[in-house]
Design a protein around this ligand. Structure first.
Ligand SMILES: CC(C)(COP(=O)(O)OP(=O)(O)OC[C@H]1O[C@@H](n2cnc3c(N)ncnc32)[C@H](O)[C@@H]1OP(=O)(O)O)[C@@H](O)C(=O)NCCC(=O)NCCS
Length: 154
């Protein structure tokens, strides 16, 4: 059985997080400075690891809470060789559960590249609704984005 663990990202994880971010998001990657700032700052910055003694980082998710009633998933990825095996669903599911425990949150929002069919399908699986308005030129790469939202019932 694969032992999985979800926990808060700490400052000492920064190097691994930056490498994975760059490997997956390339020109759209958050720079190190931003990732560093996001650790421990009004966020659920959660990592998914495998293994007991020597843990391997499989992915992470960053959810920003600006103190209002919405939270924003600003970053979410799974290491390429572990994609399509259910790990992303697991991390997202657990994160949604964590967010629901914050009683004052009533909506989760996120942006996704309109070409990212896989991610869109995954969010729809979790009942996120896609806003039909396209956000043009949203990413550094010039790609357009969709806004997706999940209402949290209280
Ligand atoms: C998007 C991402 C986080 C999903 O994580 P994952 O571990 O690969 O996803 P899962 O294996 O849990 O699959 C989740 C769902 O995605 C969809 N999916 C998976 N592979 C797919 C494919 N090849 N084509 C279409 N949909 C697919 C399915 O709905 C799947 O659910 P199901 O298996 O119950 O049908 C991951 O692929 C990733 O890191 N991608 C690159 C970064 C990224 O795009 N992040 C999201 C930015 S908004």
């Amino acid at each position: 059985m694969v032992l999985l663990k979800i926990s808060e990202v700490e400052s000492r994880d920064l190097g691994k997080i930056v490498n994975l971010e760059q490997a997956v998001f390339k020109e759209n990657a958050f720079p190190k400075k931003i990732l560093k700032k996001l650790i421990g700052k009004n966020t659920f910055f959660l990592k998914l690891e495998k293994g007991q003694i020597k843990r391997e980082l499989l992915g992470f998710i960053i959810v920003l809470n600006d103190g209002k009633e919405n939270v924003n998933i600003v970053n979410f990825l799974i290491k390429p060789k572990y994609q399509n095996k259910g790990y992303g669903s697991y991390l997202l599911q657990q994160t949604i559960e964590e967010i629901k425990r914050l009683k004052f949150i009533n909506k989760i929002v996120l942006n996704v590249q309109i070409s990212n069919k896989k991610a869109i399908k995954m969010y729809e699986k979790f009942n996120f609704k896609r806003n039909p308005t396209i956000l043009e030129d949203y990413y550094h790469s010039g790609e357009d984005a969709y806004l997706m939202e999940l209402d949290i019932e209280s």
